[in-house]
Design a protein around this ligand. Structure first.
Ligand code: FES
Length: 122
């Protein structure tokens, strides 16, 4: 079963952020709004590459970022959900620790590529 299309999600090829705007090992939440629709994505830079995930924790469906919009990456380099501290690997979103919903394997990947220094939706 797939979700209905989210009208706030930018189209394939849309630029999300410059790769160099992210520090190595940083994860950043980006929000997009269109009318009543909202789409939030976490963009990650790890070892110079870009990865992205839906900003929705598989544990209880809450946003991964903190109320101030920052995304926690712990000292071991795992992305940590702000709600109940489940953690995920930066490079594939795999579940690494903390509370887990039955059957969940990790974050929902959003396909991106780097084009002329920009992270774009693929
Ligand atoms: S919603 Fe993320 S750990 Fe519970």
């Amino acid at each position: 079963v797939s979700d209905p299309p989210n009208l706030a999600r930018p189209p394939i090829g849309a630029a999300l952020i410059a790769l160099n705007a992210l520090a190595e090992g940083e994860a950043r939440a980006l929000d997009f709004n269109a009318d009543a629709h909202h789409w939030s994505v976490i963009v990650v830079r790890s070892e110079g590459r870009a990865y992205a995930y839906e900003n929705r924790c598989p544990h209880a469906g809450l946003p991964l970022d903190r109320p101030d919009g920052q995304v926690t990456v712990d000292m071991l380099g795992f992305l940590v959900c702000s709600a109940h501290l489940a953690s995920f690997r930066l490079t594939d979103g795999a579940y690494a620790g903390g509370p887990k919903a039955p059957g969940s394997r990790g974050l929902t990947r959003v396909k991106v590529r780097v084009e002329a220094g920009m992270v774009v939706l693929a």
